[in-house]
Every structure is written in structure tokens, then in C-alpha cells.
Design a protein around this ligand. Sequence first.
Ligand code: ADP
Ligand code: MG
Length: 353
Amino acid sequence: MMSRRRIDSRSGAAGTTGLLSDINTPICSEPFESVYEITGELGRGKFAVVRRCVEKASGKVFAAKFLKKRRRGRDCRAEVVHEMAVLEMTRNSARVVNLHAAYETDHDIVLVLEYAAGGEIFDHCISDELLPEAQIIRLIRQTLEGVHYLHQSSLVHLDLKPQNILLTSLTPVGDIKIVDFGLARRLGAVGELREILGTPEYVAPEILNYEPITTSTDLWSVGVIAYMLVTGESPFVGDDKQETYLNVSQINVDYSRETFSRVSELAVDFIRKLLVKAPEDRPSAAECMSHPWLWQQSLSLTSDPSYAPRPLRERSCGTKWTMPPEDTEDKENMIESPHSHAKKFRLEEDGDF
Ligand code: ADP
Ligand code: MG
């Protein structure tokens, strides 16, 4: 199982610098299990277990993230409070999971979160049947909306990966919810942010090089996520950590037609623009939103009534595909598109490195 790797940190105060501490949600001390019934497990990380639970009074389902207060012998309450504070700051975005309540037990703080019943988009990256391109486009667009919202709030997620982008439902494929704000940071609060964190497979080169972190770091991850949804492969993963780091720092990416069969050339163009070494050369979330890949009329979901998944096995057999006509409409028209979310968009274990 993929897990977060957190390393510290030549910045000395990693984990304490720039943490938010203002929260409005009360942390209830009443026993969690007197209010909720636990009905299963949804996920597990190094310091957190996420359980499905039902609020007894309402019958509503939630996801309860049990976060250890002590980790590696250190009091980490401040990190948990920070994660709550970030969730509170993003409360108005439909693309970010909502915080419903918080509880405290002997060992944990429990964040009661909106339940995303469709699971991780990761499952769609490793499945034998990849999602149709039109669906991928919709999910990437929603992810960009969330990322844009975060960046407008001066927040960076820093751990965007297919395991942290969930779906509201599985069939039909629902809307995305961004989760896991444990590594999220507020930019600009305490000077420059240079932390080394994340999961090697998904981290941007500037993180490996201990260079300043900006909003562009999240856009790298969006490129990796798009790559994985479209190809079913992780672009940088190597046989071991060293090889993965080397692939990231050399931007060693396979863009071959075999890997990208049966998806449009525009998808490749979108990904190529994000997986570039210099953060300043990556488009912003807002700029990504106007990339023609996300506006291909010929791939609209309405013209794809079957929602048929693309069989992975067929992808590499040299099937001929035609490139859809490039969308030449200007941005004004795109914003009027019925599929548009652009209006809302006015305004995102193993040890150390
Ligand atoms: P960690 O910090 O341990 O990675 P996450 O917040 O990413 O914790 O949660 C771990 C996993 O639990 C997620 O990858 C997902 O599979 C599941 N999960 C988390 N939040 C929810 C939620 N709100 N609804 C459904 N499943 C969730
Ligand atoms: Mg996670």
C-alpha cells in the first residue's frame, strides 16, 4: 500500500512552521461511539485510520478519520488542528471534502468528514478498464477547480495523488472530493516554504531539490494524476526509490503512442505542459482550465451515452484513432458551454528519503 513519506527537513522546524491553529469546530470530548456507529474501514495510513460510520441520530453516513495525537513519541496535536483549520478554510468549495465534526479520544482526534462513497480515483488508474477520456476530462476539470480554490486561498496541498482524490459515487462515476490535508501548507505566512515531503512517485522535482515550494508544485501532481488516469501507468515510478528520484529529476516520461493509444493528442499536450522541471513554466490551475483538452466538444459526455470504459488490453494493439477536431472556440464561448464549471471557477512507510 502506498503511504505518505515524510522526511524532514533541513528547514529545522518542519511540522511547526506555518501550521494553522485557528479552528471554529469544537473538539467534542463525549465518546465518539455514543454518537456514531462504526460500520467498516475505508483506508489506513501510517498515522491515521479512516472508518465508515453512521450518525445514530440521523442515520447519515460519514467517514471518520482517526488521527494519532502522538507520533514517533512526539505530541502531534498541532498537526491535527492544522488539518482541521485547512478544512475549515476550504469549507465553501464543493471540490474539497467537508468537515462535519471533531471528537477526541485517549489516543486520537477524530475528524468526521463528508463520506465519499465512490472511493479513490486510484482504483481507476490501476483497473483493467480505464475510464473513457470524456470522464477523465471531467474529473481533471473538477480537480483543477478544487486546486484553483486552494491556491486562491493561499493554500498548497502538496500531497495530491490518485489516493487523495475521491469520488462521491462509483456508478455512475460521481464528482471528485479532495481529501488529506495533512501536508497542506499556507503560502507566504512564514517566509519561504521548503519542506521535503510527499510520496516520491508523485513529488515534483523542486521538492527533491529542496527548492522553494509554490502553487506550481500542486500542478505537477495534477499532471501525474492525468497521466495515470489516461494511461493506467505511474509516469515516474522506478524499481526502487533511487530510480524513481532519477526519473523525476530527469523528467523521464514515456509519451509513446503505445502508452497513449486511444486518447487524444490534446491529452498528451496537457500533460506535457505540466510535467516540466521549472515550476514557473507550468501553467496555473486557471490557465489549465482553458486548455483545449478540457473543452473537446467531440468527446462530451452527452455524445458518449454508453460511458463505456476503455478496455486496457486493447490500448496497446495499434488501434487506429482519429484526432478530434481541435476546438477553436474562444474562451467566452467555452464558458457558456453546458458542461462548463467555468462559472463557479470565477473566483485545486517506509521510512524516510
Ligand atoms: P492519510 O493521511 O493516512 O493518507 P487520508 O485522509 O488520505 O489519510 O485517508 C486515507 C484513505 O481513506 C483515503 O485514501 C481514502 O481511501 C479513505 N478516505 C479518506 N477520507 C475519506 C472520505 N471522506 N470518504 C471516503 N473515504 C475516505
Ligand atoms: Mg492520503
